[in-house]
Design a protein around this ligand. Structure first.
Ligand SMILES: Nc1ncnc2c1ncn2[C@@H]1O[C@H](COP(=O)(O)OP(=O)(O)O)[C@@H](O)[C@H]1O
Ligand SMILES: Nc1ncnc2c1ncn2[C@@H]1O[C@H](COP(=O)(O)OP(=O)(O)O)[C@@H](O)[C@H]1O
Ligand code: SF4
Ligand SMILES: [Mg+2]
Ligand SMILES: [Mg+2]
Lengths: 262, 262
């Protein structure tokens, strides 16, 4: 039975970095993994492949007939990667692209039959019908939200919970990717509890993460002995087990402001 | 002749704060101003009114027949304010709301005939057909982009330029809202020049800004003698003159990375 997991969070909070390290750790553990980058930035899979790959939407805009081998690439430990790409700036719908990509993967390619885990890396700045596409397609068995203790990422996290609740989609956990703000761990733990979930990982902010990114590798591959690699492996275990997923109960604006001011 | 100016930038970069201070300064200068908040966060006009106002999309979702007095509120020095509101999380399109609001303002209300300046406060995290609505409606005579020297806001700024170029919309200038990063002023100046524009303001990061925000006022109203109030007034002058607007020439990913690494 294949697991479809969506990873949401505000732009720049660490979704791609975390998703690719989870993917690498799960692959080391023997799982067959596919990462679907749904962020218009199309940089979800660089540290798994070593460089940027062509995006599906770019190929479609060129008018080409696409085959699986044009868009699905294999990276570290056999992790399969696809980048949806973004809308044509100013005109298209980012969500449309995600829907087109998922339909392609289901109809044209056999990849969904060949993997154990699919990770969708999705921006959470705007919680519209577009970015909830993986969920609306009924595919996603659980979502994780990445945040830090700062107000903007927590605001985005709460808004994502509104979307999950509206769609009846279960939240598997909240991940704190540390920005070393005061009282961050307590804020994120309190936020996770108050929406009926839990903080499942606290990822320390470490220079080795950006060093590996610059080298074009995940931490799992580039610095397997690092402390943060161990945190990513624990997270990978949680994803593969992914129990306790529950539909969250978002906070109102007032409660959110009170919670996120230390 | 009425001026329509859009202010774009990544979430949390300072759009609402800057837009409301520009509005307050323009109103002090005798201009009649309307602020249209197009960010689903719906917090564009809090410091002009003193509290949050009902959003248009919320009223429409309640099924009410709306009149101008239900959605347009008057704040500091007579600045008129409207909050579009966001999509229903997970299902709607943020852009649809903006289109509905602009159509309402043009058809039902006479407000467009009663002001000299309209400021649209629009998120720039996702440059899709939705958020470019004020531009696609052919209304906007010029856009400003707010950024800092950090990579993510610059990346968003460059992506906004792609959208402006695609729609043939002129960029009036780049605003640096300081995050006190190393070499920020030089990075933003270089970025603005390389896209064929200029940095029109460098807004210092000052605690008085957040103090006024907590009191529910702009800096123009709450701390008129502060240094940063003078910067906002200069910016207001630039907006009312808004002369050198030109369609920008966005950078490719490679050039962007080189430019934003000090
Ligand atoms: N735990 C961490 N420690 C240090 N840097 C991190 C950590 N997590 C992410 N980063 C850095 O933060 C930046 C943004 O991360 P990224 O995964 O690209 O965010 P997103 O995908 O949410 O936009 C990257 O440069 C990444 O290296
Ligand atoms: N020049 C500045 N100095 C200090 N704080 C600032 C400045 N500009 C904005 N801020 C603060 O940054 C936060 C985000 O600003 P906001 O205008 O809400 O961003 P956006 O509308 O782009 O999401 C606010 O708390 C605001 O007070
Ligand atoms: S659904 Fe979302 S991504 Fe698509 S156009 Fe609307 S706001 Fe943009
Ligand atoms: Mg990313
Ligand atoms: Mg805002």
């Amino acid at each position: 039975h294949i697991k479809h997991i969506a990873i949401y969070g505000k732009g720049g909070i660490g979704k791609s970095c975390t998703a690719s390290n989870i993917a690498a750790a799960c692959a080391e553990g023997g799982s067959r993994v596919l990462v679907v980058g749904c962020d218009p930035k199309s940089d979800s899979t660089i540290s798994l492949i070593g460089h940027r790959i062509p995006t599906m939407m770019d190929l479609i805009r060129e008018g080409r007939e696409i085959e699986e081998s044009d868009v699905v690439f294999t990276g570290y430990r056999g992790v399969r990667c696809i980048e949806v790409g973004g809308p044509e700036p100013g005109v298209g719908c980012a969500g449309r692209g995600i829907i087109v990509a998922i339909d392609f993967l289901k109809k044209v390619s056999r990849i969904y039959d060949e993997v154990d885990l699919v990770l969708y890396d999705v921006p959470g700045d705007i919680v519209c019908g577009g970015f909830s596409a993986p969920i609306r397609k009924g595919l996603v068995s659980g979502a994780y939200i990445i945040t830090s203790g700062e107000y903007m990422p927590i605001y985005a996290a709460n808004n994502i919970c509104r979307g999950l609740k509206r769609l009846g989609a279960p939240l598997a956990g909240v991940i704190c990717n540390s920005r070393e703000a005061d009282g961050e761990r307590e804020i994120v733990e309190a936020f996770a509890r108050s929406i009926g979930s839990e903080m499942v990982a606290f990822i320390p902010k470490m220079a080795v993460v950006q060093e590996c990114e610059r080298k074009g590798t995940t931490v799992i591959e580039g610095a397997p002995g690092a402390l943060v690699a161990g945190v990513y492996r624990q997270l990978a275990d949680h994803v593969m087990k992914c129990s306790h997923a529950r539909v969250p109960e978002p906070l109102d604006d007032q409660a959110l402001r009170e919670l996120s001011t230390p």
